[in-house]
Design a protein around this ligand. Structure first.
Ligand code: PLP
Length: 400
């Protein structure tokens, strides 16, 4: 992999506030004045670099955050959105028109799945859901109407790893765009350098890291970002998934500690996954040699950030899963909550929560057991202490 370091790339940015503040000033305006009417016209035409028009299009605070996230992904440009779904839906609607076709991983975020499965067919955009770890199946699903391949680097909730290099070769061969949701692996994997055309994040998760904000970003070429923001036919401009400037400023501040947090999330998750596997539990974690794509992920990642903060633990039945989660919450080992990337451990039974949009028979087919608990491991200072307390809960509930 190239000598690209996402954290250094963010660190090397320098912003000042207008009075020399060490944080950039927040742009608290929805609209902007022009000294000349001609410049306003040029800005509408997209020809006035550095001029602001209206904050649904862009604002200084949103551009700061977008620039930092473009640096993080090594892309030419980026555009922040009000949510991860705002980013995903805008990208799909920008790239696909009526009659077009998508080939997508079948193990993706529930909201993305529901959008492709239930919403897009109303616009005559169809999706084939495939096992993304099988490149032959992916290629078989491509037809003359296919416009893009869609996957998550690390899939939700089964933690399968997409072979981004292999997928990008397929995309090039068939003249498709490769769109990658990198929400589970910020800093760890840089999809652009493995051939992705568009990289998306939900900022709500690790990147903001405080579970106090919702946000998203699209990282891509300037040509594509400008398309999304085009006043005549840009999905971000016209559908209006605009991030608020105050929120962009707060997320930019949290981004500064992402590299430290990712290392700690990974270190803690690696520790628990290894201990749980030794205890004989059915655990999926990309950092374990038993994970089917362990070698693949090792070849794709920036090793200093580890294998990520998510673990999938299968305790067989939803009853056992619920009992264990309720007890762990009672013992203050984490919260029974969806989402991820918080300082506390979060856990939820995927089949009955974040993946409940996926019908039961399809869940079974993709290997999503009803007893599967998705853990987002927190920043616990003493993970060995946490392990022992969790083990006690597992013994008391009969999981161990
Ligand atoms: C949460 C999540 C999303 C959706 O993001 P929101 O910010 O909640 O809209 C998309 N993809 C993945 C992988 C997620 O975890």
């Amino acid at each position: 992999m190239e000598q690209f370091d996402a954290a250094n790339s963010i660190q090397d940015l320098q912003y000042f506030g207008e009075f020399g503040g060490v944080n950039p000033s927040i742009s608290d305006s929805s609209t902007y004045t022009f000294l000349s009417a001609k410049t306003m016209f040029d800005t509408f035409e997209g020809n006035a670099e550095g001029c602001y028009l209206y904050s649904r299009h862009s604002s200084p605070s949103n551009l700061y955050l977008s620039e930092a996230l473009a640096k993080m992904e090594g892309t030419e440009n980026a555009n922040v959105t009000a949510s991860g779904m705002g980013a995903i839906t805008s990208v799909l609607l920008q790239l696909c028109k009526s009659g077009d076709h998508i080939v997508s991983s079948r193990t993706i975020y529930g909201g993305t799945y529901a959008f492709m499965k239930n919403f897009l067919p109303g616009l005559k955009i169809d999706t084939s859901f495939v096992d993304i770890t099988d490149l032959a199946k992916v290629e078989d699903a491509i037809n003359e109407h296919t416009k893009l391949l869609y996957c998550e680097t690390v899939s939700n909730p089964l933690l399968e790893i997409a072979d981004l290099k292999g997928l990008s070769e397929l995309a090039k061969k068939h003249d498709l765009k490769l769109v990658v949701d990198n929400t589970f692996s910020p800093l760890t994997v840089s999809p652009k350098f493995l051939g992705a055309d568009v990289t998306i994040h939900s900022l709500t998760k690790f990147i903001n890291g405080s579970s106090d904000a919702v946000g998203g970003v699209v990282c891509a070429s300037s040509a594509f970002i400008n398309d999304l923001k085009n006043v005549n036919n840009g999905a971000c401009m016209l559908l209006g998934p605009t991030m608020d400037s105050l929120r962009a400023a707060s997320i930019l501040k949290n981004l500064r500690t992402l590299h430290l947090r990712m290392k700690k999330h990974s270190e803690n998750a690696q520790y628990l996954a290894e201990r749980w596997e030794k205890d004989g539990l059915n655990v999926k974690y990309p950092g374990l040699k038993s994970h089917p794509q362990h070698e693949l992920f090792t070849g794709m990642m920036h090793p200093e950030y580890g294998y990520g903060g998510l673990i999938a633990l299968d305790v067989k039945t939803v009853e056992k899963a619920n009992e264990l989660m309720e007890m762990m919450q009672h013992e203050n080992l984490g919260y029974l909550a969806v989402s991820l990337g918080f300082y506390k451990t979060l856990f939820s039974a995927s089949g009955t929560s974040t993946s409940s949009e996926i019908p039961e028979d399809e869940q079974k087919e993709m290997g999503l057991s009803p007893g599967l608990i998705r853990f987002s491991i927190g920043l616990d200072h003493d993970i060995e202490r946490t392990y022992h307390k969790m083990r006690e809960c597992m013994v008391r509930t009969g999981v161990l």
